[in-house]
Write a new protein. Structure first.
Ligand code: FAD
Length: 495
């Protein structure tokens, strides 16, 4: 790598932090410019009336992506960050009264689905084995390599991938693949739900997404000690240790380039010189506002946006022994729910409700004694100008009705404190266009190839990392986007 390289990172989301760590370890002088007064972007946290809430992500998979950062930096991760394995990936509640404990162990999950639904345990194990193969032989290429750089891609084990991938993974929907495996509609619904991992529709997304259940049911799910916010805190601390400088309350207004080369940025009205600029801002906003390139921004919108979310943060004045860390109350008509989300761009009257309760794992840190901190989320369409105040009121009513029914308890009087999050607020806080959680959806066969690359082919020194670019999606993929980006930087600036 060349010496004297100066990088600016635009945004301190999880991918911005990981990019800062990786580039500084590579010997680059790094400064992060963040418009908010805190790091982490969507991965943030707040406290209200004695209840603590992780504001955004709640499910933690693939801790190895975080471990790798500490290894690279030569630091002992345990001094910054600790986590434990969670035995139950999720507890599922169905309107017909069925309750499924979704173990993170494939065999145990098969036994549970056989006992509760009469599903064939062998089919469940076989499905998860195929999910593992798909993940390891095909998914890992998508996730670890740029799809837009030929040289490194040729180093990838492509022959194995070609042998593994089947027609149905490319040309059938996730729902069709799941229906071909399972006899019970509840099992199909359970595995269809993994399309929402990256804000997609299981009735449209390709069968390839059947690799996602491998993460929860073969690799396992985890809980960071101190909650999800400890991921942000650990990465921020590590970045500082590696000499990264942070400028908070400094929105970047412009990326400056000349003769196809990065020259710097304008942040809060001030010119800052740089040889490298990494945008962790949503790629749409990067083109539209920072590069003043409305045409490219418009082209990006040809791909459908991923779903967004409505979140109710409730301080609950009671403990529910029947609930776990992750709980899902399924809609009785999943197809209708996704039609509402992606076609009518509204919410279905019987939404699937996700409740995350971190006080199950860290009582003293998260809720007063005898109480629980509920993070209640439903999938929502991206913002296209809907009347969110009215939608929120109706949705709150629908959620409470559903929970009253399935938990046989009157929930409303137990809500001691409340905050909400909607697509407009998500965009305000993190500049994620239309409040989409994951940039674009995977609702088409070619979606994985259509995500924006981690570099600019027109401007030397301009790179991208985060949920809206390749490989896209939640925290593990954001961390991988930073990895792919830093490898391209190393190649581009090698001596
Ligand atoms: C409600 C919710 C639930 C979720 N659940 C999960 C989950 O369970 N598991 C999971 O893995 N993922 C989940 N996700 C998705 C996950 O949060 C994101 O994929 C990830 O945090 C995105 O990180 P990022 O690096 O792309 O940046 P973001 O978190 O989007 O941060 C971008 C940062 O850039 C800053 N910024 C933007 N523009 C500028 C500018 N011009 N100048 C300076 N700074 C700027 C923003 O302020 C922000 O801090 C969830 C998200 C939400 C909102």
């Amino acid at each position: 790598m060349k010496t004297d390289l100066k990088a600016v990172i635009i945004g301190s989301g999880v991918a911005g932090l990981a990019s800062a760590i990786r580039l500084s370890v590579q010997g680059v002088t790094v400064t992060v410019f963040e418009k908010n007064n805190y790091p982490g972007g969507k991965l943030s946290h707040f406290e209200k009336d004695g209840f603590h809430f992780d504001a955004g992500p709640s499910l933690f998979t693939q801790p190895q992506n975080i471990e790798e950062l500490f290894l690279l930096a030569g630091e002992n991760m345990a001094d910054y960050f600790q986590y434990e394995q969670v035995p139950l990936a999720c507890k599922y509640f169905y309107e017909d009264g069925t309750i499924i404990n979704a173990f993170t162990d494939a065999k145990k999950l098969g036994t549970e689905l056989a006992a509760k639904l009469g599903e064939d345990a062998g089919s469940v194990e076989e499905y998860l084995l195929q999910s593992k193969k798909l993940y390891k032989n095909v998914g890992s290429i998508f996730l670890n390599y740029s799809l837009h750089k030929i040289k490194p891609l040729f180093k990838a084990p492509l022959a194995k991938a070609i042998r593994t991938v089947k027609w149905k993974h490319l040309f059938s929907s996730m729902n069709d693949v799941n229906k071909s495996f399972f006899t019970k509609p509840q099992t199909v619904q359970l595995f269809n739900r993994y399309a929402t991992y990256n804000g997609s529709n299981p009735y449209k997304a390709p069968g390839m997404l059947c690799l996602i259940p491998h993460l929860e049911h073969n690799e396992g799910t985890f809980y960071p000690k101190g909650g999800m916010i400890s991921i942000t805190n650990a990465l921020y601390k590590l970045a500082l240790k590696k000499g990264v400088k942070f400028q908070f309350n400094k929105p970047v207004q412009r990326i400056i380039y000349n003769e196809g080369k990065i020259k710097g940025i304008i942040a809060n009205g001030e010119n800052i010189d740089a040889t490298i600029a990494v945008s962790n801002m949503d790629v749409y906003g990067t083109y539209k506002y920072l590069l003043n390139d409305g045409l490219t921004a418009k082209k990006l919108l040809k791909q459908e946006r991923s779903s967004s979310a409505l979140v109710f943060y409730w301080g609950i004045g009671k403990e529910f022994a029947q609930l776990e860390l992750h709980n899902i109350f399924f809609s009785e008509n999943y197809k209708a729910e996704f039609d509402h989300l992606f076609r009518s761009k509204t919410l279905y009257s019987d939404p699937t409700v996700y409740i995350n309760i971190t006080s199950k794992y860290g009582r003293a840190l998260n809720a007063p004694a005898g109480k629980e901190n509920w993070f209640v989320m439903v999938n929502a369409p991206a913002n296209t100008g809907q009347d969110w105040d009215t939608i929120k009121k109706q949705c709150r009513k629908n959620i409470i009705g559903k929970l009253n029914r399935l938990l046989k308890t009157d929930i409303e009087p137990l809500i001691e404190t409340e905050e909400t999050l909607d697509p407009i607020m998500i965009e305000d806080k993190t500049s994620s266009f239309m409040g989409s959680l994951y940039g674009t959806s995977s609702n088409s066969k070619m979606a994985a190839f259509m995500r924006h690359p981690n570099f600019s082919s027109k401007i030397k020194g301009l790179y991208f990392a985060g949920g809206s670019v390749h490989p896209g999606g939640g925290i593990p993929l954001c961390l991988l986007s930073a990895k792919i980006m830093s490898e391209i930087v190393a190649e581009d600036f090698s001596e």
